[in-house]
Structures are given as structure tokens and as C-alpha cells.
Design a protein around this ligand. Structure first.
Ligand code: BGC
Length: 913
């Protein structure tokens, strides 16, 4: 029988909902934030059974302990059907479940390029249901290769540039155009497009979408991403024109450098396949597809290379080339070209976008005619630069993140790996000589704080330049702040470095290499997951691992790669990214899809390590070890074996989650053997692992390798080591992740905080004292100044200063472990995290010896809350007496409670323990 709610809803529609929270019955719950494949109303969904999820919010602010007991999903083929509560494609009925995410669509088979409409309602225990949510949609992509009717087009005369060429022989960026008539009114039009290396497209002169540097880099001989745009509003009845411009990107990388991308097996001249699928108002359909009927020309971009930069000759502009009735000369019929070997798959991750612009803070002229702009912030992206002068004037812009003593830009730390005299990060603009012009690169990006401009006829002014920040545009889902400004600054530079190092895949640095170094990525993954919604970006990148894995299970140190990195730079401490990142995604989102999808790859890698370690009885000698360390050495075998152990454990747990009982046992046994071998080989007794370095001891603690009985001794030795370093860290990138966590988790939180807040060398505060605006590659600042692999400390802020932790047994923050740890000079800290279940907030402060914790626990989750002190109150009452607050236990310093959803205010009298 239909409930009163659904009948009223069906009759009055959705706007009726806003009137009163409880107009429809008992439920306080409202369903919001509907997502399909983690995205809001996505296009191009190519999963056969897309995952659906939602959030629940309570209409009653003071409500506590609210849960979902049942849900009911409707999926319809039209908004009209959905409005009358007809789930003609999928009607789950009332399902008993507390799941609000990762619900696989199980309705009628989905068709390519079709829009689906859905909504959900839920029940909170035995009460009436919530109203149905507002409707949401998803649109499918092109599932089958046969759905692509078009042909790949390009310019056959643009042969692959010879491999021994230097950059100046590159060809101009090709353009393609096609005009067509639409004789009838439109209902919907979707452009599916893959133009590689990079593409931009226009309809009737107006840019399609706001992505830049699209699509994301993959190894094009294995997989090529296509992008879907709703272009209904851009088309009109009558004549229309579509224009496409291509850049070389990684598909046709000509710059010769250490990593051999110029010799990539996939390398070829740029090409594009596009399909404009049109549904008319009368229901009939049509497609405009790339083929020989398109025409092809060139324009002002005469050279583009992601490493070198771009050359733009404004004299070659052809206004109107992407609009109707264009009659420019030199255009000819486009060539059909071979398709790349990789299979087309949908880009189901956030695109790269311009996310921010910033104004420079300083302009100097260190030599006559040489102008240096200082953005005051190290960014990844490009600039917009206004300039004027006679036609033919050539202006150069060179980008760096350092200046030398004379104030000249210094590219020494970022240009070292190019070969054959190739240059790095330089754009050239040739003026057309028509008033004020604007330089802005398109098919390259740079990492920089300083821009040197030469060749200008007149002195520029500060206002002429704008810094354009460009990176993968994932949603920000975390915020952190505390009373210590140095900690806030570390948080800020970590965020800049993380964002500046994601351009469709995680990179080591945005200038020198732009490589997908695997180790860098997993070291930064947890801080990334606290701050940004990353599940889809990581899903895409782990798919790249599958593409790169060799038959023996080995993985390269950079992904994607053109073949480089299987014999240097890889190894367990780096390539465990293929196991750690799926695991982190599972822990932070609760979504086991990534484990399921890539389980075989993960297993092949662990088996590979097992085969590798066979002769050494589970010890892995291979790998770079604690990279960018200081003077304390740690054997790479120690850290590599530590990752081998972590991986075997994760694989065993993943096997259990996926119902693979045999593997679960097998890899748990393997992990035990590794642990024994590790302790036998590296534990010297008396609390010392290996060389006794900070990294060695904290590795054993962090990875869970130390025997319980030895932990106090190991910690003592670690503390002594830190003290003998004057309270400083003495670690490389691996140790930097272990150290803070190992200390905090073993009773030495105050010491961890002291290390974090040091301002003298070496440490984060030292970087900031030197003017860092991003994280650096090494403690001295000699190399790259935009690396993220020291960034895990930011996850430590969320976990241990603000106190937001996942529970591995109830991942995705279904159960939250709230454990704020006041320390040092901190008088307050707060953080929020938009978890898959909704917003988690913690905010604590100490005032007049009173500790107060304000906490928000999302609906349908529970939290275990650690509050310093014993006489804990919640609101006005002793916490133990409050209904819905369950006292669990207390230690000398902390009381522990369990709560359901809602907002809480715990307080206690505080003394510094
Ligand atoms: C990269 C690092 C990387 C390392 C590994 C460096 O050149 O910039 O971030 O992890 O090599 O060897």
C-alpha cells in the first residue's frame, strides 16, 4: 500500500517538501547528495552496474542516534515517470539495509548514451519513511566500440616527429571543423570526444565545457579516455559549426629527457574521435561524427610541448575558424588516421580545470629589459599576460620556482633531465601588433613562482600578469585549523603541493618531471583523502597500474610510463602504491569496488615480491629506501620488506572482504612469515632495528612489525635518537610518514608535536622560515620546491590534532574514532571532513583549564569519542548520565564514550598530563 507521504508527493511534486520538516510523518530524515559512481549527475557513466549513494540529514538539529533501517530506490526512464513514483527500470521496494552507498544498480540493462532518473527514500527504524529525495540523474557513455560511429581523424602529413629531433622541428597544433544543419528542435545533445594528447572544442565559437588539458594521461596503447559534454544549450536550429584543436600532450611528447617518453610505443601525431549524439524533440536521433568530411587547418599555436612550453604566433590567428561560414585559406580535407591501440574508456574523474587566479606581488628588472614577476606562491599552471607592441615582436616567458642572488630566474633545479639542449618551461608569444594582446598557454603547464619576461618593447606593470592555477579539480572535502600558525602554514603548503601535483594522475613535481612516481603518491594519499574527494581519480590511476603491470607482476616506478622505470626507481616502497592506495580508498570511503576491480593486479604484485624474496627468505633487498634522507642511513631492505609485509596483510584483508577465504589465509600466513623474517634479520635487540635510525625504529612500529613486548624499548631508543638530534627529525620520505604516527600511537604525542613545530633545520618549520609556499623535495631545499611526498604530516593533523580517524572495521567513517590530543601550546584545533556519510566536525578548545569538544556525527554513523579527563560532562550533565552517550571505559587521562549521530558538547577539567 502506498504511504500517505508518497501519495502527497506524487500529487504535489517536490517543491512541497520545503514547508515543514515533519509534515509527512515521523521521519526526521531527508535524503540528499545523490551520487552515481561518486559523482553528482554524471555523464559518460560506463559501468554496467553503476554504484549509487546518498547522504542523510536530520531535520531536527537536536536529534541523536538516527539511522537508516530501510531504503527504497526508484530508477526511471523519464522524469515524468519518476515524478509519479514509477521505477520502470528499477524499483527496489522497501529494502532492509543501513547502506547508503555502493549500492549497485540491479535494474533492467542500461543502454549506451541514455539518461536515467532516480530518487530514494529511507526509513529510520520503525517510523514512517522520509519523503523521496529530489531526483538525480546519470547518463551513460558509449559502452561498446561499435557505439562509436566516427573515425579517428588527424593530419597524415604530420608524421611522427623523428625521435632524434629537437623541439624546434615540431608541427603546429592542428584544427578541425565541420558545419552541419539541425532541421528540428532539440531535446538533448551530447558530445563524446577523445582528442589526444590534448583537445579543446567549440560549438559555434563557444568553448565546450571548462576542462583544460583533457583527457587525462593514460598509456594510449592500452587505454584512451573520452570525455562527455552536454551541449544541448550550445546548438541551435539551422546551421552549426563544431571546431576542435589538438595538442601533443603525452601522446606525442617530443622533448628528449631521461624517461624516454619521446620513444613511447604509442607515440604519434595528435588525433581525435568525436561523436555528437543528438536527440530531437520528436524523439528521432542523429549523430555528427568525425570523418573525412571534416576540414583541417592550423592556427597560431605553432609549437606545443608539455615539457618545453608553447609558441603562439598571433599573426596566424584566424578569427571565426570555429563558427559558421568560415572561408579561411589553407584548410583541406581531414585525414582518417589509425586509431590508437588503447581501448576507449570514459573519463570518470574530475577534469583538470583552472581553479583559481592570483595576482603577482612583485615586479623587478634585474637586467635591462629582463622583467621578473613574483607570484608570491609556487603554483602549477600558466599565466595570462597582457602585452602590446609592433607585429612580429617575439616575447619570451620563462618560468621558475627560484631566483638567484641577482634576482634572475633560476631553472637549474628543474631543467637538469632534458637532453639534446632542450629547454624547459618557456612560452613564446609573437605579437600581431593590434593593441593589447593576451598571452596564455593551452597545451602545456608549468610549475613556478617566478616568470621572466624578455623581448617586450616597453616596461610592463604588475597588473599585466595573472597567475592561473591549473590542476585536477577534485572537490575539497576537508578543512583543518588550529591555534598554532606554523601548523596551519604546514597544512596550507601541503594542500598547495598536493593540488599542484595532480594533473589527471599524481605527479612528483609539476616542472622537472611531471612523472607519476608511485612512492610519492601513496605517501601523500591519506592527506589527499582527508582534504579532497579522490576515489575516482585514484580509480583511474590504479587502472593505469593494471595497464603497466608486466607478466611477472612487476610494476614500474612511474605510472604511466613509456617503458622506463622497471629496473630503477621502482621496488616495494614505491610500487606498493598499487596496494596501499586501493586500501586507503576503501578505508576512507568504505567502497570495496576498487579492491574488487584491482584485486588481481594487487595479488600479482604480492606474488611477484614473494618470488623475488624467495632466496632471501622473505627479505626484499631491492628499492631506493628512505629517499631524500639526512645523515641517518636505513637499509633499503628494511623499508622494502616493511612494505612487503604491509602489502601481504592488506591483500589478506582484501581477500576476506571479497570472500576469498583461501587467499585470506594464504596471505595472512605469508605476512606472518615476513614478520618473523623481518625481526630475525633486522631486530638487533635492546630496542634497535637495523642501524637504529629514526626511520628503522619507526618503520617497525608503524608497520606493525615490532613484537609487543619490545615496543617500550624500541620507543625509548627512538626518543633517545630524537633527543640526540636536538629534538629534530632525521628521516627521509618514508620515515616522515612513520615517525609522527609511530610516536603518537605509542605514547609520545607531545614529542611528535615538538618535532612538527621546530623552526630550525631540518623540519617543516625550517622550510617555512625559508619562505616555502609548497612542500619541498628535500629538507635543505636544494631540489624541487613543489613535491608532496613529505605531506603525510597533514593527515596526522586531522587524525591526531583534530582527532578524526576512520575505523578499519567500519570503513568510510561508518564508525568514527574521535580522538583529539591536546598538546604543547595548542589551545584549540578543529577539522571537518565530508565523509561518504556526511559532514564530520570536531572542534576542541582549552580555556580556563576547561577542555571542550564540539562534535558532529553524521546520521547513520556512530563514533567512539576519547575525551581527555575523567569528570566528563556532555552539555550540562555528567556524560555517563546522558541518554545516547554510552560510557565505555577510562584510563588515567582519558574517558571513552560511544555515541550515535548528532551534535555533542563534551567538557572536562583539563590539566596538562
Ligand atoms: C622524483 C621523486 C621520485 C624519485 C624516485 C625523483 O627524481 O622527483 O619524487 O620518487 O625520483 O627515485
Amino acid at each position: 500500500m502506498k504511504s500517505l507521504t508518497s501519495i502527497i508527493l506524487a500529487t504535489f511534486g517536490f517543491s512541497f517538501l520545503s514547508i515543514s520538516p515533519n509534515a509527512f510523518g515521523d521521519s526526521n530524515l531527508r535524503v540528499s547528495n545523490l551520487r552515481c559512481e561518486h559523482l553528482v549527475n554524471p555523464l559518460g557513466v560506463d559501468a554496467a552496474k553503476p554504484r549509487l549513494s546518498w547522504n542523510l540529514v536530520s531535520q531536527i538539529k537536536s536529534a541523536r542516534g538516527e539511522k537508516q533501517s530501510h531504503y527504497h530506490i526508484l530508477v526511471a526512464s523519464s522524469p515524468e515517470k519518476l515524478a509519479t513514483n514509477t521505477g520502470d527500470l528499477w524499483d527496489t521496494g522497501k529494502v532492509k539495509s543501513d547502506k547508503t552507498g555502493q549500492i549497485d544498480y540491479e535494474g533492467k540493462p542500461l543502454q549506451s548514451d541514455t539518461r536515467y532518473f532516480w530518487k530514494v527514500k529511507v526509513w529510520d527504524q520503525n517510523k514512517d519513511p522520509s519523503p523521496f529525495s529530489s531526483p538525480a540523474t546519470w547518463q551513460t557513455g558509449l559502452y561498446e566500440p561499435s557505439d562509436w560511429e566516427g573515425k579517428w581523424i588527424g593530419d597524415l602529413t604530420q608524421k611522427k616527429i623523428p625521435q632524434d629531433s629537437n623541439t624546434t622541428q615540431a608541427q603546429p597544433s592542428p584544427r578541425f571543423r565541420k558545419s552541419f544543419d539541425l532541421g528540428k528542435g532539440l531535446k538533448r545533445a551530447t558530445l563524446f570526444i577523445s582528442g589526444i594528447g590534448y583537445h579543446e572544442s567549440w560549438i559555434n565559437g563557444q568553448r565546450v565545457g571548462d576542462h583544460v588539458l583533457d583527457p587525462a594521461f593514460t598509456r594510449y596503447d592500452k587505454g584512451v579516455l573520452y570525455v562527455s559534454h552536454d551541449v544541448t544549450e550550445q546548438l541551435k536550429r539551422g546551421s552549426n559549426t563544431i571546431g576542435i584543436q589538438l595538442g601533443n600532450g603525452w601522446y606525442n611528447m617530443h622533448a628528449r629527457a631521461v624517461w624516454n617518453f619521446d620513444q613511447a610505443p604509442w607515440r604519434d601525431s595528435p588525433r581525435v574521435i568525436a561523436q555528437l549524439n543528438i536527440t530531437y524533440a520528436d524523439g528521432s536521433t542523429d549523430s555528427i561524427v568525425t570523418d573525412k568530411t571534416w576540414s583541417m587547418g592550423t592556427g597560431p599555436i605553432v609549437f606545443d610541448s608539455i615539457r618545453n612550453g608553447e609558441i603562439y604566433d598571433a599573426r596566424l590567428e584566424t578569427p571565426g575558424w570555429n563558427k559558421n561560414n568560415f572561408t579561411g585559406s589553407g584548410w583541406e580535407q581531414a585525414d582518417e588516421v589509425p586509431a590508437p591501440a588503447g581501448k576507449l574508456r570514459s573519463q570518470m574523474m574530475p577534469p583538470i580545470r583552472v581553479t583559481q587566479t592570483i595576482k603577482p606581488i612583485k615586479l623587478t628588472e634585474p637586467k635591462p629589459g629582463v622583467y621578473v614577476f613574483d607570484l608570491g606562491q609556487n603554483i602549477s599552471g600558466w599565466v595570462k599576460f597582457k602585452l602590446s607592441g609592433p607585429g612580429g615582436t617575439q616575447v619570451s616567458l620563462r618560468y621558475s620556482e627560484r631566483i638567484d642572488d641577482r634576482g634572475m630566474i633560476d631553472q637549474e633545479n628543474i631543467g637538469a633531465h632534458l637532453r639534446d639542449g632542450g629547454y624547459i618551461q618557456k612560452d613564446i608569444y609573437i605579437l600581431k601588433g593590434e593593441g593589447i594582446e593576451e598571452q596564455q598557454a593551452r597545451f602545456t603547464y608549468h610549475g613556478f613562482q617566478y616568470v621572466e619576461v624578455t623581448g617586450l618593447p616597453d616596461k610592463p606593470s604588475l597588473e599585466d600578469m595573472t597567475g592561473v592555477v591549473v590542476h585536477t579539480d577534485f572537490e575539497t572535502i576537508g578543512n583543518f585549523e588550529c591555534s598554532n600558525e606554523l601548523i596551519n602554514d604546514i597544512h596550507r603548503i601541503a594542500q598547495w603541493a598536493f593540488r599542484g601535483n595532480y594533473h589527471g594522475y599524481p605527479t612528483d613535481c609539476p616542472h622537472r618531471e611531471k612523472n607519476g612516481w608511485t612512492g610519492d603518491a601513496h605517501l601523500a594519499a591519506e592527506m589527499g583523502l582527508f582534504n579532497y574527494k579522490l576515489a575516482n581519480a585514484y580509480d583511474k590511476w590504479i587502472n593505469d597500474f593494471e595497464d603497466e603491470q608486466q607478466a611477472d607482476g612487476s610494476l614500474p616506478g612511474i605510472i604511466p610510463t613509456a617503458g622506463w622505470g622497471y629496473s630503477w626507481g621502482n621496488g616495494p616502497a614505491w610500487d606498493s602504491a598499487g596496494i596501499l592506495i586501493p586500501w586507503y580508498v576503501y578505508l576512507y570511503t568504505g567502497d570495496s569496488h576498487i579492491l574488487d576491480e584491482y584485486y588481481d593486479m594487487m595479488k600479482r604484485y604480492v606474488d611477484h615480491m614473494e618470488a623475488w624474496a624467495k632466496n632471501d627468505r622473505h627479505i626484499l633487498e631491492y628499492g631506493l629506501g628512505d629517499w631524500c634522507r639526512l645523515n641517518q642511513k636505513t637499509s633499503p631492505a628494511l623499508t622494502s620488506t616493511g612494505y612487503y609485509y604491509a602489502d601481504a596483510r592488506i591483500l589478506s584483508k582484501a581477500a576476506a572482504i571479497l570472500g576469498k577465504a583461501e587467499d585470506h589465509k594464504k596471505y595472512a600466513d605469508l605476512a606472518r612469515s615476513i614478520k618473523n623474517a623481518f625481526n630475525k634479520k633486522f631486530y638487533k635487540g635492546e630496542g634497535i632495528y637495523g642501524s637504529g635510525s629514526q626511520t628503522a625504529n619507526s618503520c617497525a612500529l608503524y608497520q606493525g612489525l615490532a613484537e609487543e613486548s619490545e615496543i617500550p624499548l624500541i620507543i625509548d631508543k627512538l626518543v633517545a635518537n630524537i633527543e640526540s638530534n636536538d629534538g629534530h627529525l632525521n628521516v627521509g620520505i618514508l620515515g616522515a610518514k612513520y615517525l609522527f604516527n609511530a610516536l603518537t600511537e605509542n605514547g609520545q604525542h607531545d614529542l611528535a608535536y615538538k618535532i612538527a613545530t621546530k623552526t630550525t633545520f631540518p623540519g617543516y618549520g625550517y622550510w617555512l622560515a625559508q619562505g616555502a609556499t609548497t612542500m619541498w623535495e628535500d629538507w635543505r631545499g636544494k631540489n624541487s620546491r613543489n613535491h608532496i611526498f613529505f605531506g603525510d604530516i597533514d593527515a596526522w593533523f586531522y587524525k591526531h590534532l583534530a582527532g578524526i580517524n576512520y575505523d578499519p572495521e567500519a570503513p568510510g567513517f561508518k564508525h568514527i574514532i574521535v580522538h583529539p590530543r591536546p598538546t604543547g601550546d595548542l589551545t584549540w584545533a578543529k577539522a571537518d571532513h565530508q565523509s561518504p556519510h556526511g559532514l564530520i566536525q570536531t572542534s576542541w578548545s582549552i580555556k580556563n583549564n576547561e577542555f571542550t569538544l564540539r562534535l558532529t556525527v553524521p546520521v547513520n554513523t556512530t563514533a567512539t569519542v576519547h575525551v581527555p579527563g575523567q569528570d566528563v560532562r556532555e552539555g550540562e550533565l555528567p556524560a555517563r548520565d546522558v541518554e545516547g552517550v554510552t560510557f565505555l571505559h577510562a584510563t588515567d587521562h582519558t574517558s571513552v564514550f560511544k555515541v550515535g549521530s548528532g551534535t555533542y558538547q563534551f567538557s572536562s577539567s583539563y590539566r596538562d598530563f
